[in-house]
Design a protein around this ligand. Structure first.
Ligand code: HEC
Length: 128
């Protein structure tokens, strides 16, 4: 009789352990996937913004305002009044590119590039 009870206790213990192990796995939290760029990071003008100008803008804006080649871009944007750090959404460089305000460029500037540009403006349009 005692043996049978021991077996029952063992089975029960085994059952409880299995359930807790199983439920631990069930509640396992998936690791957050690494994102290439995070909104809390500081956007770099030279590393993040200029490459967009290089690939999408300088075919026309090497010789017309705003001049967007790496040697002139920052100065041209600041002096040309394309940047408004107190109201970043109203910056000329931003308003021209979203809502299809730039006739020859509609659709070629992606939403993530726009977000990057806006974040850079919100962070004070640093020459970093
Ligand atoms: C195919 C040629 C071409 C490309 C590529 C191009 N632009 Fe332009 N851009 C123009 C022309 C032409 C104008 C002036 C006419 C107008 O307002 O649309 C202009 C005007 C602008 C203006 C307003 C200038 C002002 O003083 O009002 C901004 C800002 C601008 N472009 C930014 C950009 C940026 C940033 C890119 C890259 C994403 C880009 N452009 C790509 C041809 C181009």
């Amino acid at each position: 009789m005692k043996k049978k009870r021991n077996i029952l206790i063992m089975l029960f213990t085994f059952f409880v352990i299995s359930i807790s192990v199983w439920s631990c796995q069930w509640h396992k939290i998936e690791p957050v996937k690494a994102v290439p760029w995070n909104l809390t990071d500081t956007v770099s003008f030279s590393a993040d913004i200029q490459p967009i100008f290089d690939s999408k803008c300088i075919s026309c804006h090497a010789n017309q305002s705003p001049y967007l080649t790496a040697d002139k871009s920052y100065e041209s944007l600041v002096n040309g009044g394309y940047i408004n750090t107190s109201e970043p959404e109203k910056s000329g460089i931003y308003t021209r590119l979203h809502n299809d305000q730039h006739p020859s460029q509609s659709g070629t500037f992606s939403q993530s590039e726009l977000n990057l540009l806006l974040t850079w403006l919100k962070q004070g349009a640093l020459n970093n």
